[in-house]
Design a protein around this ligand. Structure first.
Ligand code: PAP
Length: 345
C-alpha cells in the first residue's frame, strides 16, 4: 500500500511539475512578444500599460494561475522606492507585537532584513528553486505580503478575496523624492560580474516623465489605488511617506486599527505605538548589523547590498540632486495626470 501511494504521489508530482513547466513556457512566450525598452540598469516590457521587468511579469502571470488567497491576507503595495522597507517593518511589528514583544532581544527585526521578513509576491519563479509559490503557502496566517503590482494586475482570485474581506495598505511618496531614490538605487545595481551601468539623472528624468520607470507610469500606479481607496476605504488604506514622517504615531495608530489589531488604551498609555515608531525608524533600522552587511541577488544576476535599502530616508532630498527646473518638470506632469482626482502628491 505504502509503495503504491508513493508511486501515485510521484506520478502526481511529476504531472504537477509538467503542468508548471507548460505554464512557464506559455508565459515565457507571451512575455517575449511584449514591447521592450532598456533603462534604469535593466530591461523592461510594457505589460497592460505598465513598464515592468520581464521576470516580474513572469512572476505576476504565475500568480494569476496558481496563487491561493486567504481571507485574512494583508497586502502591502507600493510604487518602488516609496517606503516599502519601512512599511514592511511597521506592519510586521504591529501585527506580531503580542508574539514578539518590543524591546526583546529576539525581535525578528534585529536578526532579519525587513525585505526578508515580508515576502515579495511576484518573485520570479527562477528564484524559488522550482518550488512554485510554496514560499507563500508555508507562511502562517495572517500572511503579510508585498507587491509593486498595480491594482489592475492583481490576480482575479486575489481581487475577489480583497473585495470580500481583504486588506491592502498602499504606500505613496512624493514623486521627486521617489524618482531620486530610484535613480540612486539603479546606480547601485550591479551584475554578479561587477559590471555597472546606469543612466545620467537628466535622461532618467526624461524617462520618468514619459511614464517609463519601474512599474510606471508612476501616476497611474498611484491613481489606481487612490480611486479604490476612496470607494472602498475599509479595504484599501492609502498612506503617504511624508505624512508618516511628520506624524508617525498618529499614522501608526491608524494603520494598526486598519489591520484589525488596534492599540488598546493601556498600550497607548504605555507608549507602545511610540516604541513601534522608534524600532522601525530609519535611524534604528539602518544602524542594525543585519541591515548593514550582506547582499541580495535579484533578477538572476543582479546584486544589491542590503544597506542600499537605507540611503537617507528624508523628505525633500530631491533638492540636493535636481535643479528647480527639473523638479518643475515632474510637478507639471503630475499636476496634469492627477487633475480632478483629488490626489495631491
Ligand atoms: P523598494 O521599493 O525597492 O522595496 P523602498 O523601501 O520602497 O524600496 O525605498 C527605499 C527608500 O525608503 C529609501 O529612500 P531614500 O533613497 O530617499 O533614502 C530608503 O532610505 C527609505 N527608507 C528605508 N527604510 C526607511 C525607514 N525606516 N524610514 C524612512 N525611510 C526609509
Amino acid at each position: 500500500m505504502a509503495a503504491q501511494a508513493k508511486d501515485e504521489s510521484a506520478a502526481i508530482s511529476s504531472d504537477e511539475s509538467q503542468e508548471q513547466e507548460d505554464t512557464s513556457s506559455i508565459i515565457t512566450a507571451l512575455v517575449s512578444k511584449l514591447p521592450t525598452r532598456q533603462g534604469w540598469s535593466q530591461s523592461y516590457v510594457l505589460y497592460n500599460s505598465y513598464w515592468i521587468n520581464p521576470l516580474f511579469v513572469h512572476g505576476i502571470l504565475h500568480l494569476h494561475t496558481t496563487f491561493k488567497p486567504r481571507h485574512d491576507d494583508i497586502i502591502l503595495a507600493s510604487n518602488p522606492k516609496c517606503g516599502t522597507t519601512w512599511m514592511k517593518a511597521l506592519a510586521f511589528t504591529i501585527i506580531n507585537r503580542s508574539r514578539y514583544e518590543l524591546g526583546n532581544n529576539d525581535h525578528p527585526l534585529l536578526s532579519r532584513h525587513p525585505q526578508e521578513l515580508v515576502p515579495f509576491m511576484e518573485t520570479p519563479t527562477c528564484h524559488t528553486n522550482g518550488d512554485g509559490l510554496n514560499y507563500l503557502e508555508v507562511l502562517p496566517s495572517p500572511r503579510l505580503l508585498t507587491t509593486h503590482m498595480p491594482l489592475s494586475l492583481f490576480p482575479p482570485q486575489l481581487s475577489s478575496s480583497i473585495a470580500a474581506n481583504g486588506r491592502v495598505v498602499y504606500m505613496c511618496r512624493e514623486p521627486k523624492d521617489a524618482f531620486v531614490s530610484r535613480w540612486h538605487f539603479a546606480s547601485k545595481f550591479r551584475r554578479c560580474s561587477g559590471e555597472h551601468s546606469t543612466n545620467d539623472l537628466e535622461s532618467a528624468l526624461d524617462m520618468f516623465i514619459q511614464g517609463f520607470s519601474p512599474y510606471g507610469p508612476f501616476w497611474d500606479h498611484c491613481l489606481e489605488y487612490w480611486r479604490q481607496s476612496i470607494s472602498s476605504p475599509d479595504k484599501i488604506l492609502f498612506l503617504k511617506y511624508e505624512d508618516i514622517m511628520s506624524e508617525p504615531v498618529k499614522h501608526i495608530v491608524r494603520l494598526a486599527t486598519f489591520l484589525g489589531v488596534p492599540f488598546s488604551v493601556k498600550e497607548e498609555e504605555d507608549g507602545v505605538p511610540k516604541e513601534v515608531v522608534r524600532l522601525c525608524s530609519f535611524e534604528s533600522l539602518s544602524g542594525m548589523c543585519v541591515n548593514q552587511l550582506g547582499e541580495f541577488v535579484r533578477l538572476q544576476d543582479k546584486v544589491i547590498d542590503k544597506s542600499d535599502f537605507f540611503r537617507k530616508g528624508v523628505v525633500g532630498d530631491w533638492v540636493n540632486h535636481m535643479s528647480e527646473e527639473m523638479g518643475r518638470k515632474i510637478d507639471r506632469v503630475m499636476e496634469e495626470k492627477l487633475k480632478g482626482s483629488g490626489l495631491v502628491l
